[in-house]
Design a protein around this ligand. Structure first.
Ligand code: DGJ
Length: 726
């Protein structure tokens, strides 16, 4: 025993790289069994080279700390002549080749018509928290570097791959996935994911996985509001606080696909990466194709902990301010107040009023440029409209700054209205197939940003805007999805690259802008939450959750959003009523719903009464007192808006444990029923907390075990309880 233990300590010391330590995790190699153990600090992932020299999955789940326990990888036996060993073996990155029927990780057509790719282990290297395993086709010089990156201590591991053509001929990659995640063998796993549409994003759905495939995807050119590239899988028994949950999230703002496949052999595997629909990426000799990052994690503490792991990871490893996280400024946005009718006097008056409420960033939305008086014209003409702003933007920006606020501006750089100077000058810049219709949506076409000249033009316009004006923030909008994605300027066999190159160029533009203008912050918006995932979130500071700002609808939208993304990036505006659904909710309710994220005010302040303004100032002050806790703390979803009781409550606990904020909402009281008791979580049992309002002091044990009975009545009642540790 002793000898084994010593041997493994030595192995770990000599062969591990990065920060491997029992507490934090890292990557270690067990050469005697051809295995790699990836420890995220909260979970363990094991893969190895099997008896056929294939890269094989071994374990994804709770931590395994003793290397002796791990057996070498062994391929699965053939079941029948119809069910090959290859198709039954849990390969980490299977090519489509041999006798394989499972969803492949990569599929290639060679110029001689061969469509068989069988990948075997070639070599491996461990770097700083990374493992790269090189696979090679059994006959041809096609290589795949399958990469694993661990973020020690976070519970998260990222998979991606690089496909390289080292043959003398071009090859056509028809499917390129980031990786495959395997569940332990079992049946009736449940998949949780988010679906939606414009004004109804991030709706939570939980469904049993029966044999077959469940596909969520985007074919729209951007992430899409219809599905979000995230999954959580449990064995059917997990809830918010208990149970095993395996989860993953893709970072790609273009066409993506996640397939959960349950085989006839009780294997559930999740494959994700570029959408293979209309995919055809030609790789010339020497060229490489890199797939998006596919992040994954595991917990045995339910969906709530899965979310907290992701939130922490995104705040500390993904967000642009990850090195020095700071809270988001409270902003005002003019869109719902003025729509396109923006001008200097009108915006200045709104700015005066916003400043009085304690707003920190004043954002002017659509309508400030070109002939943009409605949504029929102007997109593409990014010069200031002289009728509306005779003094340019400077005079308004100076005024906003003199009120102690920063200035932000709306742009939609990827779009063009046919009625614009830009389109008249460059009709060929719009995405199109020659001789075919150019279908408009919201009267606009998409610029083919895959083109080098279009990319440089868009970068130049934005760079100039930011250089010439004191702009602290851009709201980057995208109000339609792709249609007729033609790229006639390049050879036909290169045209499908548009799907990938467009997104790469989007990322490049944002990266260059941020490098040139380090103080500028960005919001990703696509008519609401149509471009929200970890690829864009590496580059933007916040995202627009939904154009639906109706507070009651928001509870569910925000519940879905919070499964994956932290409160800090979730823009939530307080707007006027009646709103969507013709519904009117009290101003306090609207504020409290928004205060669970990063608050914006989007109402027409000219119409707000003195009492509204007073309540709003109080709510803003209250928010600033808990904003750090909400934005940077841990979220506990205590009562779901899907719960039939009509009570929704969420709790945020600061990372230092000194404060907790509990929000509660009661939608429709009936029969005089009182709301169910709410049980806070994540408090220190032995500490005492001062409650505001109320000023009583109660212990963490009492609060968590006895619970809180909120007094909520009528329709759309709400409250906020703040607990400050004594
Ligand atoms: C869609 C966005 O989601 C809105 O907030 C607003 O910016 C409009 N576009 C402006 O056209």
């Amino acid at each position: 025993m002793m000898v084994f233990a010593m041997r493994n300590i030595l192995l770990a010391l000599t062969l591990s790289a990065g920060l491997f330590a029992q507490g934090q995790g890292g990557i270690r190699q067990l050469p005697d069994r051809k295995l790699w153990v990836i420890d995220t600090g909260l979970s363990t992932y094991v893969l190895g080279v099997n008896d056929r020299n294939e890269l094989q999955f071994q374990h994804w789940g709770g931590r395994i700390l003793r290397d002796e326990d791990l057996p070498p990888a062994r391929s699965s036996a053939e079941w029948a002549s119809f069910d090959s060993s290859q198709s039954r073996t849990a390969e980490e990155y299977p090519g489509w080749g041999g006798i394989r029927y499972i969803e492949p990780a990569v599929k290639i057509t060679f110029p001689d018509g061969v469509r068989d790719l069988v990948l075997k282990y070639d070599s491996a290297g461990i770097g700083q928290n990374t493992l790269t395993v090189r696979l090679k086709d059994i006959e041809r010089d096609v290589f795949v570097d399958v990469s694993y990156k661990v973020y020690p201590g976070t519970g998260v591991l990222a998979k991606s791959s690089v496909i390289e053509n080292k043959t003398q001929q071009p090859i056509l990659v028809e499917s390129a996935q980031s990786g495959v995640w395997y569940m332990p063998r079992g049946t009736d796993y449940r998949m949780t994911h988010l679906y939606g549409r414009w004004a109804g994003e991030t709706q939570l759905v939980r469904e049993i996985l029966k044999p077959g495939k469940k596909v969520i995807e985007s074919r729209r050119g951007n992430t899409g509001a219809q599905f979000n590239p995230w999954f959580a899988i449990d064995a059917g028994d997990a809830d918010e606080n208990h149970g095993r949950v395996w989860f993953g999230a893709l970072g790609w703002s273009g066409n993506w696909k996640i397939t959960a496949e349950t085989t006839s052999f009780q294997t559930t595997r999740v494959v994700g990466g570029f959408n293979d629909f209309d995919f055809g990426y030609k790789l010339s000799p020497g060229e490489k194709l890199k797939t998006p990052q596919f992040y994954g994690g595991y917990t045995d503490r339910g969906f709530g902990e899965a979310s907290r792991i992701l939130h922490r990871f995104e705040r500390t490893e993904i967000a642009p301010d990850r090195a020095h996280p700071h809270v988001r400024p409270l902003l005002y946005n003019s869109w719902e107040a003025t729509e396109f009718a923006v001008d200097e006097p009108g915006q200045s008056i709104l700015a005066d009023k916003a400043a009085k409420l304690g707003v920190e960033m004043f954002v002017m939305d659509d309508g400030w440029f070109g002939q943009r008086n409605d949504d029929h014209r102007g997109l593409g003409d990014w010069y200031v409209n002289q009728q509306k702003f005779p003094n340019g933007l400077k005079s308004l920006i100076d005024h906003v700054n003199s009120l102690g606020m920063k200035f932000g501006l709306w742009v939609e750089p990827e779009m063009v209205n046919p009625d614009s100077g830009l389109y008249r000058a460059h009709p060929d810049w719009a995405m199109h197939f020659p001789g075919r219709p150019r279908s408009e949506a919201r009267n606009q076409l998409i610029l083919n940003m895959a083109r080098q000249d279009v990319k440089e033009h868009i970068f130049g316009v934005l760079d100039k805007l930011l250089t010439e004006n004191r702009i602290a923030f851009l709201k980057w909008d995208m109000n339609r999805n792709f249609g007729e994605p033609g790229w006639p300027a390049v050879a036909p066999d290169e045209q499908k690259k548009l799907w990938v190159q467009y997104v790469r160029n989007l990322y490049e533009i944002i990266d260059r802008l941020r490098a040139n203008h380090p103080g500028v912050e960005i919001e990703s918006c696509s008519g609401g939450g149509g471009r929200v995932e970890l690829g864009i979130m590496e580059r933007v500071d916040q995202v627009w959750t939904s154009d639906n700002t109706e507070a009651f609808d928001r509870l569910k939208i925000q519940e879905g959003f919070s499964q994956v993304y932290p409160a800090k990036v979730m823009m939530a505006w307080v707007t006027d009523v009646p709103n969507m659904n013709g519904r009117s909710t009290p101003l306090k309710y609207r504020f409290l719903v928004a205060m669970q994220g990063s608050v914006g005010i989007g109402g027409n302040l000219n119409k707000w009464s003195a009492a509204d303004m007073k309540l709003a100032s109080d709510m803003v002050a209250q928010y600033k007192g808990i904003r750090d806790t909400v934005q940077q703390g841990d979220l506990y979803r205590l009562n779901s808006p899907r719960d039939p009781s009509g009570l929704t409550s969420n709790e945020y606990v600061s990372t230092d444990g000194k404060q907790a904020a509990i929000f509660a909402f009661y939608d429709h009281q009936q029969y005089g029923q009182e709301v169910p008791v709410v049980y806070p979580r994540g408090l220190d049992s032995s500490a005492t907390y001062k409650l505001t309002p109320g000023q009583t002091t109660l212990s963490g044990s009492y609060l968590m075990n006895h619970g809180i009975q909120f007094k909520l009545t009528g329709d759309y009642d709400s409250t906020l309880l703040v607990l400050d540790r004594q």
